[in-house]
Design a protein around this ligand. Sequence first.
Ligand code: CDP
Length: 792
Amino acid sequence: QSNDRRKSKKERAKKVEKTTENFESPPSDVHEIGGKATTSLSGQIHRSNASQPQTKHSTHLAKRSNAHQRNETQVPPHLSKKRDALLSTRKALPIWPHAEYIRAALRKNNVLVLTGETGSGKSTQVPQFLMSEPWCTKTIAITQPRRVAAISLARRVADEMGSLLGNQSPSAKVGYSVRFDNAAGPNTKVKFLTEGMLLQEMLRDPNMSQYSAIIVDEVHERSVNVDLLLGFLRNLVAETDQGTKRRNPLKVVVMSATVDVEGLVAFFDEGLAPLEVKTSDSKDQHNSCSSDSGSGNSSQKIPDIQSAVAKDNDQNARGTNQEQIRTPRISTCHVEGRQYLVKTVYLSEPTQDWVEAALKLIFQIHYKESLPGDILVFLTGQDTIEGLEKLVNDYAEGMDKEVPKLLPLPLFAALPQHAQQQIFQPTPYRTRKVILATNIAETSVTVPGVRFVIDCGKSKIKQFRNRLGLESLLVKPVSKSAAIQRRGRAGREAPGLCYRLYTEEGYKELEERTIPEILRCDLSQAILTMKARGVDDVLNFPFLDRPPREALEKALLQLLQLNALTDVGAISDTGLKIAKLPLTPTLGRVLVEAAERDCLLDVIDIISALSVENIFLNLVTEERKEAAEVARRELYRREGDHMTFLVTVQMYTEEHSDRKSWCEKHFVSHRAMQNVMNVRKQLHQQCTSLKLLSPHASTTSSSSAPSDSKTQAILASLLRGFISNTARLMPDGSYKTLMGNQLVAIHPSSVLFGRKTEAIVFSEFVFTGKAWARGVSAVQLDWVSEVVDAIM
Ligand code: CDP
């Protein structure tokens, strides 16, 4: 009997080995210095440091193997089939041969700076390389600047691992967490999150105790959130290095397509305790575990800045008896990407109408280029994308039947998930995809099959104007490095073509790099996050690039105005609530005020509508514009855009039979409304957990037209948050902001366009040649004074 049991155990092991041999990613031809190798059931080579207690390690391995075995036998066949099919693609990725180097680097040091071209496999492979490491007993977090990237990466890694996603099964090993959508389960081992979500988690758990490693991806994008994360992580790594805070060290991997490696290494290194100085007696010891470049695959050339520093110091010290020896504490690794030649074509004359220019080029490529391959067009935002999508569809309708089809697919941050996922689907037969994207597709999302890139040379960026105290979205020329990244998207799989909708001279005039967001943005949210996390002295926070003092002070002042900080600069109760909401401090304050004024549900509807770029369709022809004016009459409110948004959301919610047709009838974007509904649902949940909303409250705001007092309460709540965005009517008919005296005009998209009212409050400031107020409501000056008096 025991023989039988042994035999069946052996068979089971063999079976598992067979299913798992392709599962994890350990190149078996690697060798390691100073580590002891053991082989687990799955054929995975685990190495332990000589210093690690062997017994504990073996037990740990045995446990992991068992767990692994249990999970493996549960992988449904369709998932394991997908996983196995993807393995050869994974193995061909440029990062694959670096797996062991990366593992060894993190066994030795707590921080790794990893650079590599977009598409080399950093985001998908690194977490999988690390998840079976002995130190990796908890979850690995990977941050992304955008929701779409976090979600699509999670899906891809789940496929590669033969796992479901966290919200589909409790045993799922891969999950994601983005604003308004959480798909991480209890057994999630690899979790993709937006930077904002990880910052939120840090508020609840400052030591990040649920994670073994945090991978900060796309650092070159230099969003405010990434800079904050790096500052917090630097402190956390330093604290663990000194034996405080966490029991086990947190491993940090900083990854990017292009980055100032030296700057990042120095940044993390400065945070650590002063370097040890050793005498020459200890030289042997230093050599045995010194340069990281020696410990990985010997054929790789891996720059190690700290080793270089160490060598220099060695040489300077020669001739004296004392040698200052530095053991590198931050590892670095560079992965060479694969890039095919991309021919660049410029315009001979500059153009202002690049939507028109892009349209012509799309059809020119489609008709004249014999090469197969999809087209990726870089545009500035949802409005230009939807405008061009409509034009391409209209013109494509007139194409001959023999000509292959054109399939325009939009890609922007606010696009609902299922629509975003379409770009990853294989191109249908006899069809050319035209992906119309924002800078999201620059490095963050890899779109397969692209051979032609059309670059409008512009992008929308946030810019804070300190003097005015207003943040606006500006359409600005991209930097050279962004233009190079965009061009590179055409050469991922074969030689390609990049059409730049500007002249060669224009290219030469571009800035070399994009200015980090922290140097040009409203910092109030960043500072509130720091305060909520216990950073009292924000002026001395470790910033990778220190924002100007004026900007920091302005943000502190704004938080004081919002009552988020107390007079002595500590975070207030209101501030704590706002910090826990996934909204800007301004919108957070509006919500808190609305709860006090008993109009929270209505304000949630309005904020949900504000969270998408535009709930109304962007119309191109005069004919359609006129038709829309008539159709939307029942939605428009004389009080302005915010009440119009409220009515639109309410009517859409009440439409139970056919929401799509309702949208078409009213020229409302169904796509945007689906997003609005998702945000609305999440805000209800969050307000309930913050006790702003009773758990038993109905989640539908009253559908009957709001009373005057209700309308006033709603507008007063908006005023409380947006007090800096108020303007009064001047005798000449123009509007000037109350704070800053800036001239603003009501945007043509507003229902109040062309109307005169004594004062306005607006939720967005747009600067396109002229200063525009978008999302505008009419208010009374008395109400404004009331709010100002309450603040003073
Ligand atoms: O992070 P990095 O840009 O270096 O590469 P990655 O995102 O790990 O992507 C590696 C490869 O995985 C890409 O070239 C795509 O072929 C594939 N991938 C995919 O098919 N779908 C995704 N959502 C992400 C990646």
